[in-house]
Design a protein around this ligand. Structure first.
Ligand SMILES: *Cc1c(COP(=O)(O)O)cnc(C)c1O
Length: 362
């Protein structure tokens, strides 16, 4: 068997998708399933589509292009503000896009006219996280500009929190969107019906009944993929967490001291590290490193194994407390978080195995 591998438990992901869809349906919220975190793997997308989720979202045109060529009938939102250099593809390949720059919206409009289309846009409003979005004080100016463009149609507004500034969604910051929708529809005559209120981290607020009923779309990746809401630091009740499991092979197994011996410089990545003396320990080296995955987003399935560190191609783990026998050639498995799956699925060194894939095609 080739290692390292990433086992994808498709049934668990499907069950998360179904569970979350049922819950959010009760609040009139439509899910746009975000596919950027796993390189838009087609099997995962088909599984999620099969539970009745009909809207998909990605930050990369390359992913959208690939999925659309594999699954013809699928709706996609581009969720990273488009590059001026990709406008042609944005108009021809995506069904909607998130926007925050007047210059880009203008270019989109011109391109849409050229392609004899009207491109639908969702205007992003920055409510405090300080990543993408217009500032609320610029709403009037932007609204006037969009009004004058013939190739785009403003169908929604949205926001993103939790990602850069780690700002949590709140009653106050989601209300900004509800107010903005009112202004845009009443003062400018738009016909906005979508409020894309956030991502996984907004679910908690929804389930606590604290989100205005006008919020009717969330862009969800993490909750379905990992059953987790890392912004709020918790697992989501009723969802599965062990969805992606990475396996790596033991290539060295020795007893060694826990503190390096000799004069100390910096490690392979320029960091100065502290080492605590736990005496002589059983250490395993695994054939996996930063070229394959993000080690910080891994958690050993056996809680008695501890990750000590890694470089580009080696990971060192402490196996002194490991209850099972271990030998060179064995495989140690880890639960993957978002960052780990993101890097595994884009590394050419990791094999992706889709597990329990149902035979019937979705
Ligand atoms: C990545 C991303 C999401 C998905 O966030 P999750 O935390 O995975 O649910 C939603 N919206 C935007 C704009 C994103 O970039």
């Amino acid at each position: 068997m080739y290692t390292p591998y990433l086992n994808v438990n498709i049934d668990k992901i499907k069950s998360n998708a179904k569970n979350l869809k049922d819950k959010l349906d009760l609040y009139g919220i439509n899910i746009a399933f975000v596919t950027k975190g796993f390189c838009a793997n087609i099997d995962i997308i088909k599984a999620v589509k099969s539970v009745g989720i009909n809207l998909f979202a990605d930050s990369r045109i390359k992913n959208i292009k690939n999925v659309k060529s594999e699954i013809g009938d699928i709706n996609y939102i581009l969720i990273r503000i488009p590059k001026l250099s990709e406008i042609e593809d944005v108009v021809s390949l995506t069904d909607y896009s998130l926007q925050s720059e007047v210059e880009v919206i203008e270019a989109i409009s011109n391109e849409a006219i050229r392609q004899d289309k009207i491109h639908k846009i969702i205007l992003m409003i920055d409510v405090g996280d300080l990543r993408e979005g217009i500032l609320i004080e610029d709403l009037d100016e932007v609204a006037n500009k969009i009004k004058s463009l013939k190739g785009v149609k403003l169908i929604g507004i949205g926001t993103n929190v939790g990602c850069y500034g780690s700002i949590k969604p709140s009653i106050e910051n989601t209300q900004i969107l509800v107010d903005a929708k009112k202004i845009l529809n009443e003062k400018y005559g738009f016909n906005i019906d979508i409020i894309s209120g956030g991502s996984t981290c907004t679910c908690d607020l929804v389930f606590n009944g604290k989100v205005d009923r006008e919020i009717n779309m969330l862009r969800i990746g993490e909750a379905i993929l990992f059953g987790e809401d890392s912004t709020n630091g918790k697992y989501i009740e009723g969802l599965e967490q062990e969805t992606f499991v990475l396996g790596a092979e033991v290539i060295e197994l020795k007893k060694k001291p826990s503190v390096p011996i000799g004069e100390r410089g910096k490690d392979a990545f320029g960091r100065e590290k502290e080492y605590i003396d736990y005496g002589v320990r059983d250490r395993a080296i695994l054939a996996i490193g930063k070229q394959d995955t993000e080690i910080d987003a891994l958690c050993p399935l056996s809680h008695d194994i501890k990750i000590l560190g890694c470089s580009s191609d080696h990971m060192i783990v402490d196996v002194s407390d490991y209850k099972n026998d271990i030998k060179v050639g064995d495989i140690i498995e880890f639960r993957c978080g978002y960052g780990a799956v993101l890097s595994c699925t884009t590394s050419k060194y990791v094999d992706i195995n889709i597990k329990n894939l149902e035979l019937e095609k979705c």
